[in-house]
Every structure is written in structure tokens, then in C-alpha cells.
Design a protein around this ligand. Structure first.
Ligand code: PEP
Ligand code: MN
Length: 350
């Protein structure tokens, strides 16, 4: 059972609910979010009646949730949740596009990428400073230095940054560098210790779908983050592994309406890692938005042929700007909109 506390419920009210659950022989799980506290009664819930809690002060609602995932389930939160990232709302009517290179390489590359994605209308900038590579001999990312390079490139354009966290030990460093959105990559979707740690901070998380993860496993992974009190979770479908070898992964479009039904949290799509080829990215982006995605995560490099990582799938600035124009028409057709690109004037110091 989940007991939804009123936004300003007092500690005393929370303690009272906790005591009531324990009196009935169940365990308590408290998830303190920035907006509200959610209390879970864990155990044989058949012993509990929701109305017993609803008469207590500070309780907004209480209900049995049948799904294995609770806090992320739409069952208790019928309205879609929106997440505000520096004024950009993800999960609302606007489709937000996050773009940038696969990996942070040089200051020059990052500056050119920031201008390209910002001018075309991206709302956030991506760039990996820590890269999960199949081979230990491949470029592993610029590391901590890369975080500063990403921030320095994105800040003059007013773009919040998204970057992947692979190791719990780097979390404090991410916070010190004011990372706006923490990305949990496909390979770490079920790194439960990492999920628990990002569940403790107040930074939005993009949770990518694991390479072979079922929808249920993915939702349960998000539940780990929510259980810790971080309710700002954005799902990202990035293609799954199947028998097909003609492209990098299979973009599971079906996951979009299914997730929309199962969870109140936003879902975005990464067409770049799905197709694995730049020429596939526009078609997959259009399909994703038509199917209801709240945003896209797209790899863009100022000079794709020179990219140090994922060169085949990176769009050039020109290709990205063409994609954004067509996308705006698709958004309008499905009753959504794309934020208008701003004319940006920046004075970068050399
Ligand atoms: C990435 O976004 O650069 C990345 C490594 O993605 P994924 O975890 O989906 O493979
Ligand atoms: Mn990549």
C-alpha cells in the first residue's frame, strides 16, 4: 500500500502513519521527495485498509498498488509528471531535444557543438566525460576534465548539461560540477548500488533502458531511484538487442505507449544508439515523437567523421538543423510543440 502525504505534511504526521503501519505488523518504506513524501507499507497488505490512513492528519490519499513498481506507477498518479530542468519542462506539451556529441573531446569541438545544437533548438546539451566502451583499449572519456569542458561549452548558450555517471565514487564530483541531469547508461540500468545513490540526490536522472531489459525490469530499476526519494526520473528508450544485425539495436517504439500507460514519468528516445547510423536518425526521431515520446536524445558532432566515439551515428550540425525543422511539423501534427530556437549571440573567450 502507498500512503501519499500532503505536500506540507509535518514530521509528526509522517511518524503517525509509520506507527500505524508497524502496529499492523508491516514494514515501512519512506520516500522523501522534494515535493512530497510517499510512504510504503511493505508486507502482507491485505491486513490493511486504505481508509484507516485517510483519516490521519497530513494524509492526502492511500491506496493498494497492484503492480510490483509502486512510486513510478501511474496507478497512484494519474496525471503525467513534468520535470523542470533549468526552465525546460520535460513531460509537458513541448517535446524537448537534448543533443551533443557522444563524448567530450576538445574545447573547440565542444564549443562548436554547443553553438550547433543551441541554434537549432536543442534545450539541453549532452556529452560523455566517462564512456562505457566495449574495449578497454578504446578512448574512455576525458574524465573529470570533460565535465568542466561540457559545462563551459554549454553555459554561454544557457543549455543545462546531461552526462553519464558510471561509478558511484564520481557522484560528488558530478554534484560539484553542477551536472544538471545524470544519465544512467544502458549498461548500468541494473547497477542497483548506483541507482540507490542517485536516488539520494536532488538531480534529475535519465534512466536508459538496458540492452536486453524488459519493461518490468526497467520500471523496477526506476523504482530503486524513486524509493531513495529522487522522483525526477526520465526514461530513455535507446534500442534493445535482438536477433537482427542490420542495425545497432532495435528501437522499441512499442515501449513508448506502454510506458506512458504504466508510469506517470516522462519518456524520451535516443534514436542514435538505436539505429547506429546517422541516416537512420531522422526517421527514428519522427517515429518516436509520433508515438508519444516527450523528447529525444540525439548525438551531434561538429565534424562527425572525426568523432572519437560513435562517429557513424553522429549528425552534422546541418543534418541536425534539418531534422529539427521537420520535427516541428511532426510535433504540430500530434498536438505537441517544439520550443522555438533562439537566436544566440555569444562571446566566447578564446
Ligand atoms: C551514450 O549515450 O553515449 C551511451 C553510451 O548510451 P547507451 O548507454 O544507451 O549505450
Ligand atoms: Mn554514443
Amino acid at each position: 500500500m502507498i500512503i501519499v502525504m500532503e505536500p506540507n505534511a509535518s514530521e509528526e504526521a509522517i511518524a503517525r502513519v509509520e506507527a500505524k503501519i508497524r502496529e499492523n505488523g508491516l514494514d515501512v518504506h519512506i520516500s522523501r521527495g522534494t515535493e512530497r513524501t510517499l510512504i510504503g507499507a511493505v508486507g502482507d497488505e491485505r491486513k490493511l485498509e486504505p481508509k484507516v490512513f485517510e483519516i490521519l492528519p497530513g494524509v492526502e490519499r492511500s491506496l493498494h498498488i497492484l503492480k510490483p513498481y509502486k512510486l513510478v506507477a501511474r496507478e497512484w498518479h494519474h496525471a503525467s509528471t513534468t520535470i523542470n530542468i533549468g526552465g525546460n519542462i520535460i513531460g509537458g506539451n513541448e517535446v524537448q531535444v537534448i543533443a551533443g556529441p557522444c563524448s567530450v573531446e576538445t574545447n573547440e569541438q565542444m564549443r562548436a557543438a554547443a553553438v550547433a545544437v543551441g541554434e537549432a533548438g536543442a534545450c539541453l546539451m549532452r556529452g560523455g566525460a566517462f564512456k562505457p566502451r566495449t574495449s578497454p583499449y578504446s578512448f574512455q572519456g576525458k574524465g573529470v576534465e570533460g565535465l568542466s569542458m561540457l559545462k563551459n561549452a554549454a553555459a554561454p548558450l544557457g543549455l543545462p548539461i546531461v552526462t553519464e555517471l558510471m561509478d558511484v565514487r564520481m557522484l560528488d564530483t558530478f554534484l560539484e560540477h553542477n551536472v544538471d541531469v545524470i544519465q544512467i547508461g544502458a549498461r548500468n540500468m541494473q547497477n542497483f548500488d548506483l541507482l540507490k545513490e542517485v536516488g539520494r540526490v536532488d538531480v534529475p536522472v535519465i534512466l536508459k533502458r538496458g540492452l536486453s531489459a524488459t519493461i518490468n525490469e526497467w520500471l523496477m530499476a526506476a523504482e530503486y531511484i524513486a524509493a531513495g526519494g529522487n522522483h525526477k526520473i526520465i526514461f530513455c528508450e535507446r534500442g534493445i538487442r535482438t536477433f537482427e544485425t542490420a542495425y545497432r539495436n532495435v528501437l522499441d517504439i512499442t515501449a513508448i505507449p506502454v510506458l506512458k500507460r504504466e508510469t506517470h514519468l516522462p519518456i524520451i528516445v535516443d534514436p542514435s544508439h538505436a539505429g547506429g547510423k546517422a541516416w537512420m536518425v531522422p526517421a527514428l526521431s519522427y517515429a518516436a515523437v509520433a508515438a508519444g515520446a516527450d523528447g529525444l536524445l540525439i548525438e551531434v558532432h561538429p565534424s562527425p567523421l572525426d568523432a572519437w566515439c560513435d562517429a557513424d551515428q553522429a549528425l552534422s550540425p546541418k543534418e541536425f538543423s534539418v531534422l529539427m525543422k521537420t520535427l516541428s511539423g511532426i510535433c504540430a501534427t500530434v498536438g505537441r510543440s517544439l520550443p522555438q530556437p533562439q537566436k544566440i549571440e555569444i562571446a566566447h573567450s578564446a
